[in-house]
Design a protein around this ligand. Structure first.
Ligand code: NAD
Length: 288
């Protein structure tokens, strides 16, 4: 068990990839505080964990990650229930503001940034205080997104907030390294969770399976596995990283092979060498 007796707080742990991480971390021996805005799904997740035999290892704290006192209370719950704090997964999120830039209100901008960016800031701030006082290091993991890496990966405000999460993770990693507190981000691609599926799981999964080079759709378990690595001692020298978990979506980049060329990619019909404007001729052969 890779997290035996570790104590983790997981925000957004009542649904989607947060819930899958809760269940994986429990299987790996951790004690968990689930911190989520939704008390109904929170209770259902605790019930599921109990049915899986993890009754004593999980508690739920109703939390709004955008409210500083709530964040302090969720972390205090780890100390009160399990006697310490080793891992914080700042993962809670919403889609937030949608629509064109010119139609985006300040109110919707603020809500989106409050949950996605301020919530992560508060989680890092108060986790770091506790971890520093314990003097036994720690791992802080923040859910960013591939939306934070380019201009067309998600709604505008969401993308800006996720870029902020990547930057916060890097800055905090530098500041907290001397205390052996690691801070990393995960950048998921398209992951089939309630947030992404919006009540249409079949259609979403079919679309997601075709949206990246990897032939299956992304699942919450894929993010749980990445979070487990970052939480575990196997990642002892990994800090300030933004780990992309997207089935090769961002690696594919501009997808030239789909748009222009007959000579690159697995389906290319020719192979050989081209020498540009050198005046030297290309040497190409047709493929079967
Ligand atoms: N699903 C994707 O394709 C995808 C891709 C990239 C990033 N993400 C990010 O992954 C994270 C988890 O999303 P998910 O897809 O599992 O969604 P989800 O909706 O299944 O789960 C998100 C959870 O966060 C909780 N939450 C929302 N606002 C909160 C708040 N203010 N305080 C506390 N809890 C709050 C919700 O109640 C919910 O339980 C989010 O940060 C999201 O932006 C998702």
């Amino acid at each position: 068990m890779r997290l035996k007796d570790k104590v983790a707080v997981i925000t957004g742990g009542a649904s989607g990839m947060g819930k899958d991480t809760v269940l994986r971390f429990l299987d790996e021996g951790a004690n968990i505080v689930i911190a989520d805005y939704n008390a109904d799904t929170g209770a259902a997740t605790v019930e599921q964990a109990r049915n899986a035999g993890h009754g004593d290892a999980v508690v739920f704290v109703r939390t709004d990650v955008a409210v500083e006192a709530d964040v302090q209370a969720m972390l205090q719950a780890a100390l009160d229930s399990f006697g310490g704090l080793d891992i914080v997964f700042n993962n809670a999120g919403v889609g937030g503001a949608v629509g064109p830039l010119t139609e985006t209100t300040v109110e919707d901008w603020d809500y989106t940034f409050d949950v996605l960016a301020k919530g992560v800031f508060l989680g890092i701030k108060h986790a770091a205080r506790i971890m520093r006082s314990q003097a036994r290091g720690g791992s802080i993991i923040n859910t960013a997104s591939i939306a934070g890496l380019s201009g067309d990966g998600g709604p505008l405000v969401y993308s800006a907030a996720k870029a902020a999460v990547i930057s916060l993770s890097q800055s905090a990693a530098v500041e907290l390294a001397s205390d052996r507190i690691r801070v990393n981000a995960i950048c998921p691609g398209f992951i089939a969770t309630p947030l992404a599926e919006q009540g249409r799981p079949e259609a979403t999964r079919a679309a997601f399976a075709k949206s990246q080079p990897w032939p299956d759709y992304g699942r919450g378990e894929h993010i749980a596995g990445a979070a487990l690595f970052l939480a575990s001692d196997d990642a002892e020298f990994v800090t300030g990283e933004a780990l992309i978990v997207d089935g090769g979506l961002t690696a594919a980049g501009p997808e030239l092979s789909k748009k222009f060329s007959r000579s690159s990619g697995r389906k290319a019909r020719r192979a050989g060498i081209t020498r540009g404007s050198t005046g030297e001729p290309p040497v190409l052969r047709d493929l079967e």
